[in-house]
Design a protein around this ligand. Sequence first.
Ligand code: ATP
Length: 595
Amino acid sequence: MASSPRLMDRPKSKNFHVLIRLFSFLAPYKPRVLLAFVALITTVGATLGLGQGLKQLIDAGFTAQNPQALDNALVFLLILAVVMAAGTFLRFFMVSWIGERVVADIRQAVFQRILSLHSAFFEVTRTGEILSRLTTDTTLLQSVIGSSASMALRNFLNLLGGVAMLFITNAKLTGIVLLVVPLVVAPIVIYGRKVRTLSKESQDRVADVGAFAEETINAIHTVQAFTHEREDERRFLGEVSGAFQAAVKRIQARSILSASVILLVFGAIAVVMWIGGRDVMNGAITGGELAAFLFYATMVAFNVGIISEVMGELQRAAGATERLVELLDSESEIKAPLNPLILPEKPVGHVRFDQVDFRYPSRPDELALKDISLDIAAGETVALVGPSGAGKTTMMQILLRFFDVERGSVSIDGVDIALADPEEVRKRMALVPQDPVIFSANAWENIRYGRPDATNDEVRKAADAAQATEFLEKLPDGFDSFLGEKGMRLSGGQRQRLSIARALLRDPSILLLDEATSALDAENERVVQAALERLMVGRTTLIIAHRLATVVNADRICVIDQGRIQAIGTHHQLMESSKLYNHLAKLQFSADVPQ
Ligand SMILES: Nc1ncnc2c1ncn2[C@@H]1O[C@H](COP(=O)(O)OP(=O)(O)OP(=O)(O)O)[C@@H](O)[C@H]1O
């Protein structure tokens, strides 16, 4: 398993018309595109002019022994060189700039689209695939827009111009060359393809070496514990030898290709020179004409070769564009209707599930929620309890409208959330997940995630209320401390308190808590509990309960099993009436459950 997909591996497409979609991204930069085009035409013109300068140099200068004409021809060539240099600078700069800019825009557009997509999309699309579209495919496009496309265009124009100049210079020799060029270029192109296939194979073998090493090193403890070192060494040697053999094949093919190119190209030049030389001797053409002719002929052959190379790149770019366009065209299935219902301006916090049936798109044959009806008054705390896989998390996901229900409805403050804007719905809620995510940023930014426009003062107050200030201030740089990849520097309880501060800052009317099951030590549990209680004041709270204290303190407890609500009531009521609850309570909430 290679850690990152390589450019060579991306599938190609012959579907070139998708490349047209790229034009919409070029549109904002029309003046630059135009400038690049003008520069391109100028350099092509100057390149073609070189042949004429050469002809002048030889005929009027050398052959006629005229120093003045020689000077003129040289000045002409120098001017052409300056024009070519300036044109190339401008073209290269503009085209590369456009390539980088357009790719930045495409990345932004794709990322924006990905963030808006519905949960089910992420279930069917692997994260690695999305990432490789965002990085590898866009990089490929950058190389195409920023170089290959302009190269293809330049070479194509050079080719057209070169052929035209060949005819103008000498039609008879051109006829011969048109016969010879395919004979020279075709074997080179065909063999070149073989070399490319071998290069890819060689790269794959090298990737295998890397993948094997990566897997083994990551599992170093298992390797050593099972004393598997010798065996792994032997297998690694196999991988390394495979890579070496593939490389040798590639090198062999490359050497043959280089030798053939030299033989064919110089052989062809010799043949044309021989025919042309005889014509010069006969007086049919001048020496300058022959030189110009050879110049144009070489140019044409060279350009044919390059274009065939670039075609492969363009095919890969078409493939990349196809995949990016597919992403850009993905529509979120969870979105606001055309005329979304507006939630009441002042949030109340009334939540109602009404006869909800739901099944996950990835598991269509099984109802995850069956006929769920639950009316939660503003400010009420409802604890969800039930065995693992009962559907507790699913209820929260439905309330956050990560998925739409199949039957029934879910409403907030009297508004069916399916008819509202999902962003507005989610703005009314804060989620404190079981295993809170800490982003690789400092504490300020991590808490401010709850409300990006909060002031430092507000962040501090939230941290105070969540009992997070003390431990945050003890960090080396206090609130400015970088909390590291996935918050590695914080303990489980600290992460929870930070997440509570985040929710406090968001100040939602509805709170979704997924209690941590992982055994927080008694001290931590007490602090987290205190922070939670402060957070819950005056808010409607739906809490997946794993702790006895939560269950006892909840206004109502909802017992869920296999997607259905089995019973609702207070702890004491349920201990009496619900066998399942009684069982769960004894099992889950430790032995000292009050009877
Ligand atoms: N994304 C998903 N796609 C398909 N099925 C899912 C998905 N998420 C959960 N399920 C299934 O839906 C059912 C309810 O899962 P849910 O996560 O709501 O349970 P839970 O009560 O929260 O369990 P736990 O206490 O273990 O977290 C389970 O059978 C689960 O396998």
